[in-house]
Design a protein around this ligand. Structure first.
Ligand code: GDP
Ligand code: MG
Length: 292
């Protein structure tokens, strides 16, 4: 644990910082998920007269939003970076480059700060600790474009694969799709954060927890900007003619587990991996380029 993290844990002045980015095709519910995760209209709805048209503002730029979170007593300052997502009209390779350079740019800032004789005490570390990759709920296989993008990103950032709009698949389809995605990830040698266990370091409980989380991969995500009254409780949910999908219900999707991973249980590990492995690799590449 770094000094600043320790201070944050002890309730010192400096907040515990955690930074994530959400990537994937346009229209998969990335912005909606940010509001779901933060439980707050972090990304506001478009102003309009017709309520049916009042959807979230279309994301056009890479943009960072910072909110305070408190999950299981774990207080942090969370920055979520929303991306426009590639689509029919946007050239995907340009989009890939933009995301990669955004991630590398944060490393460059830290590298520059580390090399200074006099460091800036107010410097904010904006390195991305985890990337949520949103996969469209096709129910088939991982698409070429998603394989390519994840392959390019995985050496630079911890990736957590997620199935977007998981409410559009039946439980059977979802289970089969999850299995197929993990096969495609393995075959294509895409490195994702798979809740590694260390027999020498982790206790039984942690190992068990990590194995369970690994078996959920890729996380089935459902997001919503609306709350509904369900059995007298106000819940974030999606209403359909045939029933209600509750975002936090573990029988409906994996958002409750994902929330706990992202806002509490795995933040420390994701930060350490980012600093010790991913940033370190970037740093030595950069420095050897300079020497060579
Ligand atoms: P983005 O382009 O990835 O940021 O997608 P948005 O968050 O703007 O959402 C696009 C559309 O998908 C909106 O109409 C949302 O209401 C809808 N949407 C968002 N999340 C979900 C979900 O989990 N399930 C379903 N069925 N629709 C969703
Ligand atoms: Mg968006």
């Amino acid at each position: 644990m770094s000094m600043s993290d320790m201070r944050a844990r002890r309730g010192g002045k400096k907040a515990f910082l955690f930074n994530m980015i959400i990537v994937g095709q346009a229209g998969l519910g990335k912005s909606t998920f940010i509001n779901t995760l933060t439980n707050h209209p972090t990304i506001p709805k478009r102003q309009c007269d017709d309520p049916a048209q009042c959807t979230l503002e279309k994301t056009v730029d890479i943009q960072a939003y910072t909110v305070e979170t408190d999950e299981d007593g774990m207080k942090m300052q969370l920055t979520v970076v929303d991306t426009p997502g590639f689509g029919e009209n946007i050239d995907s390779s340009t989009h890939f480059n933009e995301i990669l350079s955004y991630i590398e740019h944060q490393y460059d800032d830290v590298l520059a700060e580390e090399s200074k004789i006099k460091r800036n005490p107010k410097f904010q570390d904006s390195r991305i600790h985890v990337l949520l990759y949103f996969i469209p709920p096709t129910g088939h296989a991982l698409r070429e474009i998603d394989i390519e993008l994840m392959k390019r990103l995985c050496g630079r950032v911890n990736i957590l694969p997620c199935i977007a709009k998981a409410d559009t698949l039946t439980p059977k389809e979802l289970a089969a799709f999850k299995m197929r995605i993990m096969e495609d990830i393995a075959v294509n040698e895409i490195q994702v954060f798979d809740f590694p266990c260390d027999e020498n370091e982790d206790d039984d409980e942690t190992m068990q927890e990590n194995l369970e989380l690994r078996s959920l991969l890729p996380f089935a995500v459902v997001g919503s900007d609306d709350t509904l009254l369900v059995n007298g409780r106000t819940l974030r949910a999606r209403q359909y003619p045939w029933g209600i999908v509750e975002v936090e219900n573990m029988k409906h999707c994996d958002v409750a587990q994902l929330r706990s991973v992202l806002l509490s249980t795995h933040v420390q590990e994701l930060k350490e991996l980012t600093h010790d492995v991913l940033y370190e690799a970037y740093r030595s590449e950069k420095l050897s380029q300079l020497e060579g």
